[in-house]
Ligand binder design. Structure first.
Ligand SMILES: [Zn+2]
Length: 99
């Protein structure tokens, strides 16, 4: 690899880095927007009196536990590889993603 190649590589990784920074900034802005929307929805629902803050947290806790469970096969309970759509041990298909 001569000097020109090295120079080209450095310039290339520099522009990739700039692109990555822009992508992270966009994603951060999107996450902030989503957080705001969720916050507004939650406050609105709470103000309608349909459920309490405790019930909301309870549901959230259940959803978190459910999500953690999804990493295990629902048939045999063994850990499922993220790379495969079926359990490697018993062949059970992965349930569709909820989120
Ligand atoms: Zn299984």
């Amino acid at each position: 690899m001569d000097f020109d190649d090295v120079e080209k590589k450095v310039a290339q990784s520099g522009s990739e880095l700039v692109e990555l920074h822009a992508t992270v900034r966009q994603l951060q802005a999107r996450v902030d927007r989503h957080s705001l929307v969720i916050q507004v929805l939650k406050e609105w629902l709470l103000s309608q009196g349909g459920f309490s803050e405790e019930e909301f947290l309870e549901r959230l806790q259940r959803a978190v536990a459910q999500k953690a469970n999804d990493k295990n096969c629902r048939k045999c309970g063994k850990a499922m590889s993220a790379k495969h759509n079926r359990c490697m041990y018993c062949g059970e298909p992965r349930p569709p993603e909820l989120l």
